[in-house]
Design a protein around this ligand. Structure first.
Ligand SMILES: *Cc1c(COP(=O)(O)O)cnc(C)c1O
Length: 390
């Protein structure tokens, strides 16, 4: 059985975790800040706030930007539900911008049209959350120009994209956004077991994020409303959460980050081979824009449905039955029952619907061997051929 994605854990990763288990602190020790420094150095961002998941990072990112009741947040419908749930946690409303037919990221044309309409209706979004699907950065320069024109803030959901580049800069440096979020779930590029981070270049936002991560509590005398009562004293000055990452997780993260370039190289080699071996089949292969280096978290193929006689579902089932554990990223968020009840209509998202009817994520992870990759390709060929005979 070949999964679509999995972690890559080395002996030194294991040793790093053991070292923390044998140390003084399991949480709130020195390792989380050390991990944050590693992420800052790697991406070139000023501040990294490590948390227990990307979902938590998205939530406190929205809060730090002031999202609340009466606000609207826009994101891509082709994403994990966390990209939009974060707005609902804050009491805000959510809406979706259809995807680009080539990159499957938020379409700049649709965004532009929707913003113009929203301006006329007085319903502009407070925050837009572009999602870097499969590890490919969105056109952040275009989105940031629209942000200036229409006055919204930007959170990049870069859960798939640590290690990727946009116009020569590492994703996460926040050159074109207020906050960028990473995920360190085991299927992502690097892992901490569960974990995430919110990155920003803005000191005020960073301070808000730090406080929201840990109950809204401060120990900084300048932030308190009165003089300290004594060495034990702290104040809760906002309503925060316990979204802390542990030192155990951070140790794994630091160790994993030593191999991130190796992981990305390996993913690129695998992608290159897929492009070679799958190019003449009845498939649409991933398109990466000029100026972008994808982190290749996912390798998403699309079936040319009008050229094959079998259905998307049949091909998907055939692959799974034959040990290739393909997946589908993603079910359009608006089509989940919880969202459907809000009144979203599939007709508003023709590109997302078309994507959903054709997409399959095939195995892509740094420890995928050449032999396994060949099995994947042969099984795909079989699935498509079998289709022709039916
Ligand atoms: C994985 C993922 C998340 C959530 O990450 P967690 O760390 O599991 O909370 C959010 N958005 C996208 C696009 C993801 O792929």
């Amino acid at each position: 059985m070949i999964p679509y994605g999995r972690q890559d854990i080395s002996d030194s990763d294991v040793q790093s975790v053991i070292n923390v288990l044998n140390s003084e602190y399991l949480t709130q020790g020195p390792v989380v800040p050390a991990f944050e420094r590693v992420i800052e150095e790697y991406t070139g961002v000023k501040y990294c706030v490590a948390v227990n998941s990307a979902t938590s990072a998205l939530h406190i990112a929205c809060l730090a930007l002031g999202v609340g009741e009466g606000d609207i947040v826009w994101t891509s419908p082709i994403s994990f539900v966390a990209s939009s749930n974060c707005a609902l946690y804050c009491g805000a409303a959510v809406d979706f911008v259809d995807i680009d037919p080539l990159t499957y990221n938020m379409s700049i044309d649709s965004l532009t049209l929707k913003l113009e309409l929203a301006r006329k209706q007085g319903q502009l979004p407070k925050v837009v959350i572009p999602v870097h699907l499969a590890g490919q950065s969105c056109d952040m320069q275009a989105i940031s120009l629209l942000a200036i024109k229409y006055g919204f803030r930007i959170i990049e959901d870069a859960s798939h994209a640590i290690g990727g580049k946009y116009l020569g800069n590492r994703v996460g440096n926040c050159k074109y956004s207020d906050i960028t979020v990473f995920s360190f779930h085991p299927v992502k590029i690097v892992t901490t077991g569960e974990g995430g981070a919110a990155l920003t270049n803005c000191k005020i936002l960073a301070e808000k994020l730090f406080k929201l991560r840990s109950h809204g509590i401060t120990r900084v005398p300048e932030e308190m409303t009165c003089e300290s009562h004594g060495p034990w004293y702290y104040q809760q000055i906002d309503l925060g959460y316990n979204y802390r990452m542990t030192d155990i997780q951070a140790a794994l993260g630091i160790s994993q980050m030593r191999r991130i370039d190796e992981f990305i190289d390996k993913r690129h080699q695998i992608a290159k081979k897929y492009y070679e071996l799958l190019s003449n089949l009845k498939l649409k292969l991933p398109h990466v824009e000029q100026g972008v280096i994808s982190a290749f978290h996912l390798y998403i193929i699309r079936l040319k449905l009008d050229e094959v006689s079998s259905s998307h579902k049949e091909i998907f089932e055939f692959l799974r039955k034959n040990g290739v554990m393909v997946n589908l990223h993603y079910i359009p968020i608006y089509s989940h029952p919880f969202y459907k009840a809000m009144g979203f209509k599939v007709e508003d998202f023709p590109q997302a619907e078309s994507f959903y009817s054709e997409a399959i994520s095939i195995p892509m992870y740094s420890s995928l061997t050449e032999e396994q990759q060949e099995i994947v390709v042969e099984t795909i060929k079989l699935a498509l051929d079998r289709v022709k005979l039916l």
